[in-house]
Design a protein around this ligand. Structure first.
Ligand SMILES: [Zn+2]
Length: 73
C-alpha cells in the first residue's frame, strides 16, 4: 500500500501503487516542457474497470485551459 495516498477516483485507502510516468506538454507558444503523470493502481476500483478515468473537474480544466491560452501553463 502507498500509505499517505488515497485513490482520486473512489477515495479508498487501497492504492497498490502510484506510478510516475514521464511525458511532455506543449503550451500555447509551442514550448514543450517535461511533466510527470501520476497514475494510481487501486485495489478497490481497478479490478472491475481498470484505468477508468475520474470525473473531470470542470473548474480545474477551465483554469488549465486559460493558463494554456495565456502561455503560462
Ligand atoms: Zn479506487
Amino acid at each position: 500500500m502507498t500509505g499517505e495516498w488515497t485513490c482520486h477516483r473512489c477515495g479508498a485507502d487501497t492504492l497498490l501503487a502510484v506510478l510516475h510516468v514521464p511525458g511532455t506538454w506543449t503550451n500555447a507558444t509551442g514550448t514543450r516542457f517535461p511533466v510527470v503523470h501520476k497514475l494510481v493502481v487501486c485495489a478497490a476500483c481497478d479490478p472491475a474497470g481498470p484505468r477508468t478515468p475520474a470525473a473531470v473537474d470542470e473548474d480545474v480544466l477551465a483554469a488549465e485551459a486559460d493558463a494554456w491560452h495565456r502561455g503560462t501553463l
